[in-house]
Design a protein around this ligand. Structure first.
Ligand code: DC
Length: 663
């Protein structure tokens, strides 16, 4: 119902542990295209699973490639350089430059009749230099909207290569990559030369292209970075299996996290070594220049926390265009100013990254200046940091970079807007980061929601958790499952059997996966929802030693980035210092009707009158019992939702949450 509009990051102290990162985006999409252009099947292992690779896979399927999946591996049966499906079609390529540019080149040389579309931002990303290079040799490509930008219409035409093909190299290296990947398809008669006009930027990405071409049997020679020659008769040959390295640009956030870490731990990144074919691996040189303590092995990087602060640097970052954004964040924590130069390509990426970085750093309280192709960052003192809501411009790297602001020494919360935009290259980025970050538990926010049975607190609490990206603790489920396992064992639920029940529950192996609950490997999520189990739960929840035995388990749900805890003593006993406590109620008849509707929808027969009588009896017992009686915590806010929809109640709680945080 509600989508996650933002993610609030409480302050981080340190980061350590072990992480395996997803596959490189640049390698993944190049390999997919090469496999598609080869003959036979290629198994691509450790492929990145992200928006950009998904649009590429969808496009290849539409073009007639057969795909098979096994875990994180995809088997692609290529088209062997011949388009089997010549009918007119439209390929939607999202915001994936690594799909748009090479497919434009390859499909125009293969004589496709195809329209290439994408999201609005794709229509602002230049492609003119590539289109003009292809038009030189006879490709028929038309702009469907603005001159020089997608969407594009490609039509079959005669390709005639008489002389060297010229392409500009100073806007995006993806134009040259696209030509290098596509031209072997038409190299039957003669060598093909590509001449780069202007200074070639982002050379490391060209290195990746050349390296992968060689793995698919095409050996391009180059004269400096000016002329590239594709030998006559080049033909793609599948290596049959190929592994995708972990993404070096994604690694930069974890390298930075390890370097910004206070304390003594080590953060190990595996799946990537110092000899990676990805240019962004050279981020480690830049990080070391700033003082990061990094040791490396063939397939791992270790980042060691250091007591010394980082230092500012002045660096030409043309060779690490994507990862260099991470240096901006490190610079905020350094001693002395940092200047990053030769980063003009940032302006034509997912957003204008130079101005985006400047705007958002300023919100944090930083002093930052920009030029056409440079950025200057002054370090921040602890008292300069402000809590801020960071706009992410539908740019995954903005979201990932600014998560590092949570290491700020002033304990300020950092809000990341539209956190799901990380899906472009790293869908589980935040979960992965939270697994590595250490934070004192008392700074992890908790919202407690209590109320009588059938007040709708479960639905409200889980919706709030989803909207804030928080974990969810349904503490009632713990009493329900205790009652279920005890009765399954034939144990009477009275006080004389308390020790036996505590013993039984303490030995259970419990696992919580989203809304699913497993006890000793058995999925019991539905079983504990019956009225009978609810009644029995009310009995066992009056046992003080069982309540005590469940305290640590409940507190262990307090994990980054926060928790919504639903149940009786959440606000008073389990999380007494929680920032927001809500007591949700509705009149008994409204609750009986809701419960009736819920049971009927689950296919369970129910009668309103008896539900009403049961509810009142249960309220009575819950309110009058000695242990954890049903009553609002002294500092709880009351919400009567008898006349409110779920979304109105969610809205109400979110507003209260916001004002607590603003206070
Ligand atoms: O919310 P629910 O209906 O799933 O809860 C089942 C029973 O457990 C109910 O009688 C209230 C009780 N309970 C409790 O005593 N303490 C909690 N923290 C949660 C539920």
């Amino acid at each position: 119902m509600f989508t996650q509009l933002y993610l609030d990051l409480p302050p981080f102290l340190s980061a350590s542990g072990h992480v395996s990162l997803p596959g490189s985006k640049s390698i993944s999409n190049r390999v997919l295209l090469l496999a598609a252009l080869s003959e036979g099947q290629t198994w691509v292992h450790d492929l990145l699973d992200s928006d950009d690779t998904q649009v590429m896979l969808d496009a290849l399927t539409q073009l007639g490639c057969d795909l098979q999946r096994k875990g994180s591996s995809v088997g692609i049966t290529g088209i062997g350089g011949v388009l089997n499906n010549p009918s007119e079609m439209t390929l939607f390529l999202g915001n994936a430059g690594t799909a748009m540019r090479p497919l434009c080149a390859a499909l125009s040389l293969l004589g496709a009749n195809v329209t290439l579309t994408g999201v609005a931002r794709m229509y602002e990303r230049p492609i003119k230099d590539l289109v003009e290079a292809l038009q030189q040799i006879g490709a028929k490509i038309d702009y469907l909207k603005d001159e020089g930008f997608p969407p594009l219409k490609l039509q079959p035409s005669k390709i005639d290569i008489q002389s060297a093909i010229e392409v500009r190299g100073d806007v995006s290296s993806q134009f040259l990559t696209a030509l290098l990947l596509a031209l072997p398809l038409v190299s039957h008669e003669a060598d093909i030369q590509i001449k780069v006009v202007g200074e070639l930027i982002s050379k490391p990405y060209i290195e990746i292209t050349l390296n992968l071409l060689a793995q698919f049997g095409v050996h391009v020679t180059r004269d400096e970075w000016r002329t590239f020659t594709i030998p006559k008769g080049s033909k793609y040959t599948s290596p049959q299996e190929i592994h995708v390295e972990s993404d070096a640009s994604s690694a930069s956030y974890f390298i930075a996290a390890g370097a910004l870490s206070k304390g003594h731990g080590t953060l190990r990144i595996s799946g990537l070594g110092e000899h990676s074919i990805q240019g962004d691996i050279r981020f480690i040189e830049a990080a070391r220049l700033m003082g990061a303590q990094i040791t490396t092995g063939p397939n791992y990087l270790d980042i060691h926390a250091s007591p010394k602060p980082l230092n500012g640097i002045d660096l030409d970052c043309n060779h690490i265009p994507d990862a260099a954004m991470t240096l901006v964040m490190m610079a905020l924590f350094a001693k002395g100013e940092t200047v990053l130069r030769n980063i003009g390509s940032w302006r034509v990426k997912e957003t204008d990254r130079i101005s985006a970085m400047v705007n958002e750093c300023k919100k944090l309280g930083a002093q930052v200046q920009e030029g056409e192709d440079w950025i200057r960052i002054q370090p921040m003192s602890a008292d300069q940091w402000r809590g801020a809501s960071i706009h992410t411009y539908d740019d995954h790297r903005m979201a990932m970079c600014f998560s590092l602001a949570a290491f700020n020494p002033s304990g300020k919360t950092v809000r990341i807007e539209d956190p799901k935009c990380v899906a472009k290259t790293f869908p589980n980025y935040f979960e992965t980061l939270f697994d590595l970050v250490q934070t004192p538990p008392d700074v992890i926010p908790v919202i407690c929601i209590d109320g009588p049975t059938a007040s709708g607190k479960g639905t409200l609490a889980s919706e709030i958790a989803k909207t804030l990206g928080f974990h969810y603790l349904d503490s009632g489920a713990l009493y329900r499952l205790s009652a279920l396992v005890a009765t399954d064992q034939g144990i009477e639920l009275d006080m004389s059997n308390e020790s036996q029940i505590v013993d039984l529950v303490s030995k259970l192996s419990l696992r919580f996966e989203g809304t699913l609950i497993f006890a000793d490997g058995q999925e019991i999520s539905q079983k504990i929802r019956s009225e009978e189990v609810g009644m029995n739960a009310s009995k066992v929840s009056a046992m003080p030693r069982l309540r005590a035995a469940l305290i640590d388990l409940q507190r262990s749900f307090r994990r980054l980035p926060g928790l919504v805890a639903d149940g009786r003593d959440m606000a008073s006993v389990i999380f007494p210092t929680s920032r927001l406590k809500i007591y949700l109620t509705a009149d008994a008849l409204t609750r009986a009707k809701r419960r009736h509707k819920q049971l009927i929808s689950m296919g369970i027969p129910a009668n309103i009158d008896s539900l009403y009588a049961d509810l009142k009896a249960r309220d009575e017992r819950d309110m009058s019992r000695a242990v954890a009686p049903l009553k609002p915590a002294t500092d709880a806010l009351l919400l009567d939702n008898s006349d409110l929809s779920i979304s109105q109640s969610v809205e109400w709680v979110l507003n209260k949450w916001q004002s607590k945080n603003d206070a």
